[in-house]
Design a protein around this ligand. Structure first.
Ligand code: HMG
Ligand code: MG
Length: 295
């Protein structure tokens, strides 16, 4: 078990990208500013993807250039290609994330490219980011199942994770995009990836569609993973993954970790207050059980 875990808060990006009603830029900015006051050190702010594909995040440049960037906090953004990278750099982004999938069917639907084509597209992004001293995180989606293909062989996850790591991503986040995984399978998948990518360079990203996320995270912590993605209030889901629902709630992850004496640096009360504020803005109840219990 790690003694400390870095939470990558993906609420402003993954959490909001699938919202039906357009969330005002001012709300997104306030969300990121509030999250910056909780002790989180990684807050994924938005995506510089095609606004036709994800209209909710069409205001990426406005949001990014209006947030108060706190020293010591990283604010990565998603970029699918060089065009997205250039838009991000125009507003002084210092960390980006590229995103591939382990399943061909999902890759086509999400980014209109095969897995190999998508990695080809990322190479110029990685090259430019090296020159610009920009950090690049890499996502692998559908690591425990795909809404279109069903089972995803572990060998495919390993292959894509290895390629992203060898291409220069400093960290690979393994995404259970529609929450199909269960703990033993999650652990087997992580162990296989950890044979080719150091465990310190791996993160886990669980959607809680079937209520398995905390159990899966615990199984992965036991293998030594120390970076966990989560979204405040348990919002989230990919608009191009049929059946996707929210990420595991950050409040629930922090509560579990602190209960096991694993440090996160996050002030749980402030995080709960931020999640409560967000669910008021979105006009619905939080998905965080810890936040509900604290009400
Ligand atoms: P395409 O239609 O094949 O792209 O989309 P294209 O290169 O043919 O360009 C078409 C149009 O988009 C052009 O405009 C481009 O300029 C524009 P037009 O000439 O028609 O006016 N365009 C852009 N505009 C702004 N920024 C850009 C950009 N790129 C092209 N960066 C593309 C290909 C990859 C762009 C598209 O499929 C796309 O944006 N997909 C993003 C989908 C997405 O954001 N999904 C959610 C994130 S992934 C996720 O949630 C999973 C994760 O959480 C992990 C997990 O849970 O597993 C990370
Ligand atoms: Mg996700």
């Amino acid at each position: 078990m790690p003694r400390a875990v870095r939470i990558v808060e993906v609420g402003p990006r993954d959490g909001l990208q699938n919202e039906k009603a357009i969330v005002p830029a001012a709300t997104k900015i306030e969300l990121i500013n509030r999250l910056s006051d909780t002790g989180l050190v990684s807050i994924e702010a938005t995506s510089f993807v095609s606004p036709k594909w994800v209209p909710q995040l069409a205001d990426a440049a406005e949001v990014y250039s209006s947030i108060q960037r706190r020293p010591g906090v990283s604010y990565p953004v998603l970029v699918p290609n060089l065009q997205g990278y250039e838009r991000a750099r125009a507003v002084c982004v210092e960390e980006v994330a590229v995103f591939a999938a382990a399943s061909e069917a999902f890759s086509q639907r999400n980014i209109n490219a095969s897995i190999d084509e998508s990695i080809e597209r990322f190479l110029p992004v990685l090259e430019r980011s090296r020159e610009d001293h920009v950090k690049v995180r890499g996502y692998v989606s559908t690591v425990l199942g795909c809404p279109y293909q069903g089972e995803v062989p572990i060998a495919d996850v390993v292959r894509v994770a290895r390629r992203l790591y060898e291409a220069g991503c400093y960290e690979i986040s393994l995404g259970d995009t529609i929450g199909m995984g269960t703990p033993v399978k999650a652990r087997q998948m992580l162990a296989a990836v950890a044979d080719v990518v150091p465990i310190d360079a791996l993160a886990v990203h669980f959607h809680d569609t079937r209520g398995q996320a905390l159990a899966n995270i615990l199984a992965c912590l036991e293998l030594g993973v120390s970076v966990v993605d989560a979204a405040v209030s348990g919002t989230g889901g990919c608009p191009y993954a049929k059946g996707a629902t929210g990420n595991v709630a950050s409040e629930d992850v922090v509560y579990m970790l602190h209960g096991m004496d694993i440090a996160t640096g996050v002030d749980l009360d402030r995080l709960i207050a931020t999640g409560r504020w967000l669910s008021e803005q979105l006009g619905r109840e939080t998905n965080s059980k810890v936040a509900r219990a604290a009400a």
